[in-house]
Design a protein around this ligand. Structure first.
Ligand SMILES: [Fe+2]
Length: 242
């Protein structure tokens, strides 16, 4: 921040909140604000190649070819995220042009959730595979034990969640209740739960397994459970709890 305060410090003092609620509404729609660029677009990136550790999933039958094809989809979510962010940065945000039935700002902001969450889901997916799999280790193992009673019970629930999902199964940490839970996802942006951190994301769209397992999704999930990188999951958990 320009004044030397961190964002956390600003929030703690209430300055940030106060600044927002005390702005007169008219000021937001003033000619000077309307003519200004909303914000600089922050762009996201995807690796040029799949991380080497991910290819170790070949030992359980999730092939290099599957990952290489999957990378193109991951890059697609990043590209569209950036395209939408650039468009939003250039958008005329005159409130008179906003509309809940159709408007440019609505279309862009709704589709941003699909693009950006697709990007995030795949970030987590590719970060947390290519490990030793098997029973969880570290702090996430303790949370799984507390919530599900045993790793095996968690794994059965996670597998069932993955079979029941149309696109995703997530293991997420709930900051409200300080516990983990297996959530279901259909599209990239369906069923979000606030105040959670996703620490493990299982892609169950057919592009993630059809080349290797055809329609046998359950066998793909069995293979996936053998290649989870629990160190990466714990790193995400620790970052969320800092
Ligand atoms: Fe995918």
């Amino acid at each position: 921040m320009d004044n030397g305060l961190t964002r956390r410090e600003l929030l703690a003092t209430g300055l940030a909140v106060g600044a927002v609620v005390t702005l007169p509404v008219g000021a937001l729609a003033s000619a000077s604000v309307r003519g200004a660029r909303t914000m600089e677009p922050k762009l996201v990136t995807v690796p040029q190649a799949i991380p080497e550790k991910v290819y170790t999933t070949e030992r359980v039958g999730i092939s290099r070819k599957t990952h290489d094809e999957h990378l193109k989809l991951w890059q697609g979510y990043a590209n569209k995220t950036n395209e939408i962010r650039r468009a939003l940065a250039e958008l005329d945000t005159d409130p008179a042009k906003a509309n809940q039935i159709y408007s440019a700002i609505r279309a862009l902001k709704v589709d941003l959730t699909f693009a950006y969450e697709g990007y995030i889901n795949h970030n987590v997916y590719f970060d947390t595979i290519g490990g030793q799999g098997g029973p969880a280790t570290g702090p996430i193992a303790d949370l799984i034990q507390e919530a599900y009673g045993s790793f095996d019970k968690w794994a059965v629930d996670f597998k069932a969640t993955g079979i029941a999902g149309r696109g995703w199964a997530f293991l997420a940490y709930d900051h409200e209740e300080q516990r983990v839970f297996n959530y279901i996802g259909d599209a990239q942006n369906t069923f979000p739960i606030w105040n959670h951190t996703v620490v493990l994301a299982l892609d169950v769209y057919e592009h993630a397994y059809y080349l290797d397992f055809q329609t046998a999704r359950a066998r793909y999930i069995d293979a996936y459970l053998q290649v989870i990188d629990w160190d990466a999951v714990n790193a995400r958990l620790r970052a969320a709890l800092r």
